[in-house]
Design a protein around this ligand. Structure first.
Ligand code: NDP
Length: 251
């Protein structure tokens, strides 16, 4: 029987590639979008073209209160579509980028970054744990910026570090159910992230290429297959890890 994955922020970029990669391994996928409903519906069609089924649901993780209603919508959707009460893989991917030096960070900037990258992921995962099948998977998408400095990423990287720490604590608490929890931490990836800063800044692209042993900028499709692998039986012994997927950036 097909297993079911949830990929937040699956409407575009890295989340889209994760959703497609998981679908290619014969799984059904629920993706979430915040603003890109049309793009999310295209991803649903792409998954269907692979022979799997998909659902797109709206979720705004900038407000933690939204997670309760989302859990209700998710529960209803998987019951109606697949007659399922549980799911198998939770991928916490949705994210936002902003380059703000510490001196200029407002409390609103801080709260939004923390809500999207840490608080909502924490409580969404907490609320969905009773629905996650034993031997399931949680994958948190964090960042290479938690290991090496990126200008203006103090709040962003701090929030991602909190998510990395949550990965380890959650792995300890759910291991008795056979559930593994890992972080996948991409290096710079050329997507729409942070105003498509890499795509729009040739000097930044050159810098990234020079910092990378493989001499190129990462693309969304460098990431999805790794997350999909973590959602296989072969990856069952990888647990509580932060896996940097960056081509060896900033060694
Ligand atoms: P994009 O900006 O290209 O896509 C972001 C995705 O997150 C979209 O699907 C978007 O939905 C969703 N999203 C944004 N804000 C919210 C919100 N408030 N609530 C719910 N969903 C939201 O980013 P990437 O694909 O590049 O990034 C994906 C993840 O990878 C993020 O967690 C990011 O931090 C991380 N990452 C990215 C790197 C990079 O260089 N690109 C490097 C390291 C980590 P919608 O379009 O519907 O609004």
């Amino acid at each position: 029987m097909n297993k079911i994955a949830l990929v937040t922020g699956g409407s575009r970029s890295i989340g889209r590639d994760i959703a497609l990669s998981i679908a290619k391994n014969n799984n059904h996928v629920v993706i979430t979008y915040n603003t890109s409903k049309d793009a999310a519906e295209v991803v649903v069609k792409e998954i269907e073209a692979l022979g799997q089924q998909a659902i797109a649901l709206q979720l705004d993780t900038s407000k933690v209160d939204n997670t309760q209603n989302f859990v209700h919508e998710f529960t209803k959707a998987i019951r109606e579509k697949w007659n399922a009460t549980h799911f198998d893989y939770q991928i916490n991917n949705a994210g936002i980028g902003a380059s703000i030096n510490i001196a200029d960070v407002t409390e609103d900037d801080f709260d939004k970054m923390m809500n999207v990258h840490f608080k909502s992921n924490f409580f969404l995962t907490q609320k969905l744990l009773p629905l996650l099948n034993n031997n399931g998977r949680v994958v948190n998408i964090t960042s290479g910026a938690t290991r090496s400095w990126v200008p203006g990423y103090a709040v962003y990287a701090s929030a991602k570090s909190a998510l990395d720490t949550f990965t380890k604590y959650l792995a300890m608490e759910v291991g008795s159910r056979g559930i593994t929890v890992n972080s996948v931490s991409p290096g710079p990836i050329q997507t729409d992230f942070n105003g498509a800063i890499i795509r729009n800044t040739p000097a930044l692209q050159d810098f990234v290429k020079k910092q990378n042993p493989l001499g190129r900028v990462g693309m969304a499709n460098d990431i999805g297959g790794v997350v999909a692998f973590l959602c296989t039986d072969e990856a069952r012994w990888i647990n509580g890890q932060r896996i940097e997927v960056s081509g060896g950036m900033a060694l």
